[in-house]
Design a protein. Sequence first.
Length: 313
Amino acid sequence: MTDLPTHIAGDWGTTHLRLHLCRGATVLDKVDGAGIGSLTVSAEATLFGALDPWARKYGSLPIWLAGMVGSRNGWREVPYASCPAGAAELRSALLRFDARGHSIAIAAGVSCTNPLGAPDVMRGEETQILGAIAMHPALGRGRNIVALPGTHTKWALVEDGKLKSFQTSLSGELYALLRDRSTLLKASAVEANEEAERRGFEAGLQRSREMRSVPLSHLLFEVRARQLIQGMTHAEASTYLSGLIIGQDVLGALPWFDGTLRTSTAVPIIGAPKLAELYAAALASHGIQTVPLDATELTIAGLNALAHADIAE
């Protein structure tokens, strides 16, 4: 029957497991589960518990996984592939094994020497980049920058269809730590105020641009002082902090990869919609246009690109 599924594609990160029942490139069904960082039973038990209804109905389908599932803290550690890495290199680096009658393939992460001359790594984002190239072929031609904002934001250089190099920024994790565990913003049960949040973020971005030569550590205490002296509200201060960090992140990325970001006409942003909007605003303030892309959709497309020799439409 042509309507039967061909495989299962899964994005398994630190916080979420997202499984998709696929027929070729078409998603037939999906189910969520616990992320690698919050497992209460083994990774294997978590995975097969989540997909049990599909297994009962369709049997032992091949399973393709990307993300932190292949990390040292995941199900099976997969060694990093080295840059430059395209579809062929990532396909060769897959870890393949059998479990409970299913053939399993886990995507490798990627390592590089970043623009600052230090080692750098990613897991999961490489599959999204591969999916972006598959779905947007122009991205695979010439020299392009891809922005992947998140807990550990990645600025990636794609050259002639291969991930050439990348730089990680701790922007998301830094924001969460300072928001929740520092003296800058005491936890406060305040209602969301979209106008105040927008105003705070824009002010943080503007301050970052004005003080572009000043280290971020010299600007951060303003978040607290402006609340005490200028009456900045908690909602404004929270997004002012975000504006400072994201603004500094974008400013830092502008000269990387020989300034390719500055000359880009439409930078793909792969990430959560709200965060992608904030990065788009920060890039737009430097005259750089962006295109938001759906991370989950790209993960599936990337896994399908890796699996194309194994599955049929």
